[in-house]
Design a protein around this ligand. Structure first.
Ligand code: SF4
Ligand code: SF4
Length: 383
């Protein structure tokens, strides 16, 4: 890869959208450089829950794009690129287990890529049955992240409305049993905790559960506020050191201690924005909505109003075409999309990306979507 970088130059690589994380470099050499390394497919916008922090209840977009399920027919428009991307992720702002074609889509990726393209999704796990767990293992799903935004039933169920704490934990354990019974290490199970004022005291309990269910790592994300009720919930701060505020630091420290004692990686999001960050999502990945539109990230797949640091900014829907009309390869290489990525790579972000706390590390812990573009750019930034 270093030779490739030397020969083509960082500017060219970024122009082609070819920057990929170091752990993928070997494989990336055999890839076409004109595709994202990772695709997020919005298998469905529908959800069985109504979490208080969820953007799906607070979309601010034009009428007509209501929650829907992606058809296999739409998904299959990606067939020519599936063998050449590194990962296909199946969640955006809905529950993937609600898509009746989910298993077929996972099998399709595996079949076309001869098993080499990995698959993943995040789930609230309420709809997992033994039968579905067995089918997911057999289909070859690589990673599953379970959302557990609370370490006790009382706290969890006030945030994840309509979910049942015990059921989620039981289903995670059941999935692990199914894997053991089938002699499979996959799907790798991880736990995600969206931290906020209402649940932070239960972070250590959630870490204990993550250890108990054998999670391979625990991620802690910040939350965005889409409603006035949520305005007081975020824990990150506008500036200052990237450490938890003193009133929440003990909960982070205890959760980290529990994870560390069990040898489980503990991966929290930043507590303070990284103002100089380059958006790895925009450079390395894209998000495809249930109806086929190609967006730079899942956050731009829907319009929303985000309240942060005493202000409100509007995040619009932003897309570059639709896979039902044009191949992803062509969309990714289109002058408009390339110009957008170059602007992002060189710090000329459009207004709606400028204050994004996802890019700045406070919302996503980033282990699933590592950002090597930033480091490549810092090695030799294009002007
Ligand atoms: S489970 Fe996920 S998609 Fe469903 S309401 Fe909760 S946060 Fe939103
Ligand atoms: S900066 Fe934020 S909104 Fe813009 S592409 Fe990156 S993740 Fe999406």
């Amino acid at each position: 890869m270093r030779t490739l970088v030397r020969r083509l130059g960082v500017r060219t690589l970024n122009a082609l959208g070819a920057a990929v994380p170091p752990r993928y470099w070997k494989r990336a050499l055999s890839l076409r450089v004109d595709l994202p390394y990772s695709i997020t497919v919005d298998s469905t916008d529908e959800c069985n829950l109504g979490c208080i922090h969820c953007v799906r209840e607070n979309y601010a977009e034009e009428p007509g794009r209501k929650a829907k399920i992606m058809t296999f027919e739409t998904f299959s428009r990606l067939s020519d690129v599936l063998p050449f991307v590194l990962n296909v992720n199946f969640d955006d702002r809905g529950e993937p287990l609600m898509n009746p074609d989910l298993l077929r889509m996972i099998r399709h990726v595996k079949l076309l890529s001869n098993g080499t393209t990995t698959t993943s999704f995040n789930s609230n796990l309420m709809l997992l049955t033994r039968e579905k767990a067995e089918a997911l293992v057999e289909a070859g799903l690589d990673s599953l992240q379970v959302s557990l935004d609370g370490g006790t039933a009382a706290v969890f169920e006030k945030i994840r409305l309509k979910a049942r704490f015990e059921k989620v934990v039981e289903n995670a354990q059941m999935l692990q049993e199914v894997k053991r019974a089938k002699g499979s290490k996959t799907p790798h199970l991880s736990l995600n905790f969206v931290a906020m004022k209402s649940n932070i005291e239960t972070l250590p309990e959630a870490a204990r559960i993550a250890v108990r269910i054998g999670a391979e790592y625990m991620g802690v994300n910040g939350t965005e506020a889409y409603t006035s009720l949520m305005k007081a919930e975020p824990l990150y701060r506008e500036s200052g050191p990237d450490v938890p505020a003193p009133d929440v630091a003990p909960f982070y420290a205890e959760a980290r201690r529990i994870a560390s004692a069990a040898g489980m990686p503990f991966v929290p999001a930043r507590m303070s924005p990284d103002r100089g960050a380059v958006c790895g999502e925009a450079l390395n990945a894209c998000a495809i909505s249930w109806d086929g539109f190609v967006h730079p990230c899942t956050f731009l797949a829907h319009a929303s109003d985000v309240h942060q640091f005493g202000g409100t900014y509007h995040r619009p829907q932003h897309h570059f075409g639709n896979i039902r009309e044009t191949g992803l390869n062509e969309i990714w290489k289109s002058p408009r999309y390339r110009a957008y990525r170059l602007a992002m790579a060189t710090g000329k972000d459009p207004d709606f990306c400028r204050d994004c706390l996802v890019k700045q590390g406070c919302i996503c812990h980033g282990t699933e979507r590592p950002d090597v573009s930033a480091s490549l750019l810092r090695q030799g930034s294009p002007a």
